[in-house]
Design a protein around this ligand. Structure first.
Ligand SMILES: *[C@@H]1O[C@H](CO)[C@@H](O)[C@H](O)[C@H]1NC(C)=O
Ligand SMILES: *[C@@H]1O[C@H](CO)[C@@H](O)[C@H](O)[C@H]1NC(C)=O
Ligand SMILES: *[C@@H]1O[C@H](CO)[C@@H](O)[C@H](O)[C@H]1NC(C)=O
Length: 469
């Protein structure tokens, strides 16, 4: 009996130990402390950028390999980008080494705070310090107040945060700077010492804050920058081995700022253009690759010709206007299409596979995309597609049938929520392709012609024989 139980007991103990060690590894270490934290919050557009510098010290005895960043539940929900880098070297010769940041599968901290562990290049030993540079981007985090404004009014918004950095560690000293677009700040919470000068608000320095300290602040300020949000964007990238890449983009754009109140006066808008509709926007700017051609821009009504395209060696810029200016809550649905030379984007990898190297994200400047769907339509006969993207996206495959297709084309579908301009980085789709398939379409055409020819010959022949009889 005892002999039977012992192995079981041992296994149980082992499980207990494993479970315990996982918890110990992933939960914020009690032995780290932040010597100095500096936070710079940029509220210039509706896409909020926060630059955080942390000087971390290991005051314990065991080496630490992770530093945990903490966010409130609201922040975690609106987090579009979170990047960390380690700085090495002195002031002038600083280099930044990107670090791995995970969204942790560990229990939340006090008051629902979410942890994101940053893995250090080398574990921090007892008494050592390291400096981390963190960038995080938040979307949908400015709340218009008043909720509705008329055509002549300026847009005011609320921003909520904590004067004290939310952290699982003891923070010895810290300061937060908040930058507003204009000097018009209606109100702000004071947490002594708090100072305001022009477009900058300074919270702190605060000394010796215990872990998970939090001190809510509310800043009410003017922000008339375009709150351009694409609720859904579908970009279809069609590869044709006959020399071109055809891009079709379907936009559902909305002005996500304070709702427009009252009637829209085009006369007032046009005559007092400086003062009227300050919170609205009219011009859209799309950054497209160089050598773009056959650009068209269309909405539900038809083609719109009011667009200007500037191109140079590095980029193309398309400036265009919807039919009417967009005020808060107004929407515009449109389609943008263009062609690109295939040789700029399609390459062969050393292992003989072909790959598309294209830019992820949305071509519209300063825009948040709530849902981005990228569809890469591969040539007919392509096999084993594999997408390489530097961040987490949902992937699946579809089949598309178009003109003259026999087996259909494989479509690689990539979906992501909460996309910001920082996501405009290259991604690749690799696939195998048998060049014999390039002959499929011409062969199809040829055989159709041949069949027609054969049919007409037969018909003529039959016709003749009938007449003879
Ligand atoms: C949790 O939130 C409550 C209410 O907002 C606050 O009073 C308390 O200090 C918070 N606790 C921690 C550990 O942050
Ligand atoms: C719109 O533009 C496309 C592409 O340039 C063209 O093929 C189409 O005929 C145009 N439609 C109208 C209604 O002008
Ligand atoms: C993709 O293109 C970018 C420039 O547009 C280049 O820096 C990068 O090396 C390319 N990636 C691959 C795998 O070819």
């Amino acid at each position: 009996m005892v002999a039977m139980e012992q192995p079981l007991l041992r296994i149980a103990l082992l499980f207990l130990f494993l479970h315990f060690s996982i918890l110990v590894n992933s939960f914020p270490s009690q032995h780290l402390q932040i010597i100095n934290a500096e936070r710079r919050i940029d509220l210039n557009s509706h896409i909020i950028k926060v630059y955080l510098t942390l000087k971390v010290e290991n005051s314990g005895t065991t080496p630490a390999s992770e530093v945990h960043l903490a966010f409130s539940p609201a922040e975690a929900e609106h987090l579009a980008v979170l990047k960390a880098a380690a700085t090495t070297g002195k002031r002038k010769k600083k280099t930044y080494v990107p670090l791995d940041v995970k969204s942790a599968e560990i229990p939340d901290g006090p008051n629902g705070s979410k942890f994101f562990p940053v893995t250090l290049l080398t574990p921090l030993s007892k008494g050592e310090t390291t400096t981390l540079e963190v960038l995080y981007i938040l979307t949908h985090s400015l709340e218009p107040f008043p909720v509705e404004i008329s055509q002549s009014e300026s847009q005011l918004v609320y921003f909520r945060d904590s004067a004290i950095l939310l952290s699982p560690y003891h923070v010895k000293q810290q300061t937060t700077f908040i930058k507003t677009p204009t000097a018009r700040v209606e109100s702000f919470t004071v947490v002594e010492p708090t100072k305001r000068a022009g477009t900058e608000l300074k919270y702190g320095p605060y000394d010796e804050q215990t872990p998970y300290s939090y001190s809510p602040v509310l800043v009410h300020f003017e922000n008339n920058n375009p709150f351009a949000v694409v609720e859904e964007l579908e970009r279809e990238i069609e590869i044709s081995h006959w020399g071109s890449l055809q891009i079709t983009e379907r936009y559902k754009l909305v002005h996500a700022g304070a709702r427009h109140k009252g009637v829209f006066s085009r006369v007032e808008y046009q005559t007092r253009s400086g003062a009227s509709g300050v919170a609205s926007f009219k011009h859209l700017l799309a950054k497209l690759p160089p050598r773009v051609h056959s650009v068209y821009y269309r909405d539900e009504i038809g083609n719109i010709s009011s667009s200007h395209l500037r191109t140079d060696f590095l980029k193309s810029e398309l400036e265009f206007e919807p039919r009417y200016p967009l005020f808060g809550g107004w929407k515009s649905t449109f389609l943008l299409g263009y062609g690109l030379p295939l040789q700029d984007f399609l390459f062969e990898s050393p292992d003989g596979r072909r790959y598309l190297n294209f830019t992820y994200g949305c071509p519209l400047a300063q825009t948040v995309v709530d849902k981005l769907i990228i569809k890469v339509v591969l040539p007919e006969g392509s096999k084993d597609p594999a997408a390489v993207i530097p961040f987490q996206v949902d992937q699946h495959l579809e089949t598309k049938y178009s003109y003259l297709d026999i087996v259909g084309r494989t479509v690689v579908v990539l979906e992501k929520r909460n996309v910001v301009p920082e996501h405009n980085i290259p991604f690749q789709v690799y696939y195998n392709f048998n060049p014999i398939f390039m002959l499929a379409e011409p062969l199809m055409l040829a055989s159709v012609f041949f069949l027609l020819f054969a049919a007409s010959v037969t018909y003529l022949h039959m016709d003749l024989s009938i007449r003879k009889s």
